[in-house]
Design a protein. Structure first.
Length: 170
């Protein structure tokens, strides 16, 4: 005797399509660079704040120090070096955050993704490479290198041609 088949309809998924795409492993991997940038930005902000507070406290006179004499232990080169380092860290952290956000927004998870998107936008088949164009560029590059090598050999042996004399005149 055959078993009765279930009359239940398949249940719809509990998450919508956009939510599952947002929390997919690919999306989380793309957002990891953005999250690292946010963490790095928070760290650089704390370093900057600590440095500014330290500079402010160094300018305040000590309790028994005369207020008309500023602190004389200032090293301009070290202060400039520290300012450059802090600015560099801040710029890199913001750059990391922006890059991570743009990669997530444009749905780029790897270099191959970026390459295929650029080729698609340029109207080039992203899968097939144009072998004829690559061969043509390779031949052109080889001819340029051969001419350069030939000129170098002529120069070593002291051989002058009509082209060389024309170049010197102009």
């Amino acid at each position: 005797m055959a078993e009765p088949q279930s009359t239940r309809a398949p249940q719809p998924s509990t998450t919508s399509e956009s939510e599952s795409a947002f929390f997919s492993p690919r999306s989380r991997r793309q957002l990891s660079l953005f999250a690292a940038g946010v963490g790095f930005f928070a760290l650089s902000t704390a370093i900057t704040r600590r440095s500014i507070v330290r500079r402010y406290k160094a300018t305040a006179p000590k309790f028994y120090q005369p207020s008309n004499q500023p602190n004389s232990n200032i090293n301009g080169a070290m202060e400039a070096f520290e300012a450059l380092n802090i600015a560099t860290v801040n710029v890199f952290s913001v750059g990391m955050m922006v890059t991570g956000g743009l990669l997530w927004a444009f749905d780029i998870a790897s270099l191959d993704d970026m390459r295929s998107k650029v080729r698609t936008n340029l109207g080039v088949d992203p899968i097939r490479t144009d072998q004829d164009a690559e061969d043509e560029i390779e031949e052109w590059f080889a001819s340029v290198l051969a001419r350069k090598e030939f000129k170098a050999l002529r120069g070593e042996k002291g051989i002058k041609t009509k082209d060389d004399e024309d170049e010197k005149k102009s």
